[in-house]
Design a protein around this ligand. Structure first.
Ligand SMILES: Cc1cc2nc3c(=O)[nH]c(=O)nc-3n(C[C@H](O)[C@H](O)[C@H](O)COP(=O)(O)OP(=O)(O)OC[C@H]3O[C@@H](n4cnc5c(N)ncnc54)[C@H](O)[C@@H]3O)c2cc1C
Length: 310
């Protein structure tokens, strides 16, 4: 179906399937896909984006639910945050449900989608650290009914971008059948963008704890050394609990890995001070705002792991 929005004279196409949507993008390469529109229409309304046409994804029922495939869940890119926040989804993927419930006010959660959150790839995207910790992959639909699959980390790191005319169709997430948590800190009370977020998932089959930190860098960060260390001290065959000082050490380890000390740079003006920190701070110290962020990440990581192990 094609309509014409009178004010902007934009072509709006509303395909009924993923392949029709890809075909619509191929037919009009200057058009952009729109799902819930919460990010895209904000850019249009502020004049940052003037798309020649829109390909609406809202009528594609095949990407609005999920199915099971080979021990994984195949989540449709059109799942809304509100849908992912419901109890049946939370029983399947508690951390992703928690992230979806934390993503903005209700109007945003009713319209905003998983695929839009990933494609926007904003540092504050709440589903992103969870998907990174779960080691999810993206099933990408391309021209001629083609499908290719890439780890989400490669897209978020810019190592493997969406090619023109491609759409995120599904997100493949391994079902771990173990506790997982997501915690977010915001700068104000109530719904808001994250200043830091932490996802922790337990993977008993691989005897590993996986963690990802969101919002403190352009993409979610995985503190691999901290993950390996804490995985080695969890009693996977026993109670799986950790003492408070071990949880605190994990939090500090994660925070220091994601928000490292400033790297000293040589100061060419001072022969006696050849390794002054670049921001003028004393070696080993951080500016107060950065120190506060590091403490926030440490607290989130400590609590997230404690809740996952509780
Ligand atoms: C007031 C407000 C508060 C917000 N708060 C939060 C928050 O707390 N946490 C958070 O994570 N986000 C937040 N957001 C951001 C936004 O709601 C989410 O990123 C949302 O998930 C975007 O989904 P959408 O379906 O609306 O994407 P759209 O706006 O429709 O699209 C966003 C981008 O993704 C592309 N796209 C969409 N679907 C696909 C697809 N299947 N394949 C390829 N490209 C695609 C579009 O072309 C566009 O470039 C907030 C937004 C607003 C306006």
């Amino acid at each position: 179906m094609t309509t014409h929005a009178p004010q902007a004279a934009h072509t709006v196409t509303l395909p009924g399937s993923l392949d029709e949507a890809v075909a619509a993008l191929a037919a009009m390469p200057t058009a952009v896909p729109v799902a819930g529109g919460t990010d895209l229409m904000a850019a249009v309304n502020s004049g940052l984006l003037r798309p020649a046409g829109l390909v609406g994804l809202g009528r594609i029922s095949e990407i609005r639910g999920w199915q099971y495939q080979d021990g994984a869940a195949l989540l449709g890119a059109g799942l809304t945050h509100a849908r992912m926040g419901r109890p049946d989804f939370a029983a399947l993927m508690p951390a992703l449900a928690a992230a979806a419930r934390a993503a903005g006010p209700p109007q945003i959660r009713n319209a905003g989608t998983l695929g839009g959150n990933i494609a926007s790839a904003q540092p504050t995207g709440d589903t992103l650290p969870v998907l990174a910790a779960l080691e999810a992959s993206l099933v990408i639909a391309g021209p001629g009914g083609t499908r290719r699959e890439i780890p989400i980390g490669r897209l978020l790191a810019g190592l493997d971008m969406l090619r023109p005319g491609e759409l995120i169709g599904y997100v493949r997430v391994p079902l771990l059948h173990a506790p997982q948590t997501f915690l977010k800190a915001t700068g104000r009370m109530g719904p808001g963008r994250a200043i830091a977020s932490v996802a922790v998932v337990l993977d008993p089959a691989r005897r590993s704890v996986r963690c990802a930190v969101g919002a403190v860098a352009p993409m979610p960060l995985r503190p691999f050394d901290a993950e390996r260390w804490v995985s080695s001290i969890v009693d996977w065959d026993g109670e799986r609990t950790l003492a408070p000082d071990a949880l605190a050490a994990f939090g500090d380890y994660v925070a220091a890995a994601c928000i490292p000390d400033p790297v000293p740079v040589p100061n060419p003006l001072s022969p006696h001070d050849s390794h002054a920190p670049h921001d003028g701070a004393e070696p080993g110290t951080l500016p107060p705002a950065v120190l506060h962020l590091r403490r926030t990440v440490a607290t989130l990581a400590r609590r997230a792991l404690g809740r996952a192990l509780a």
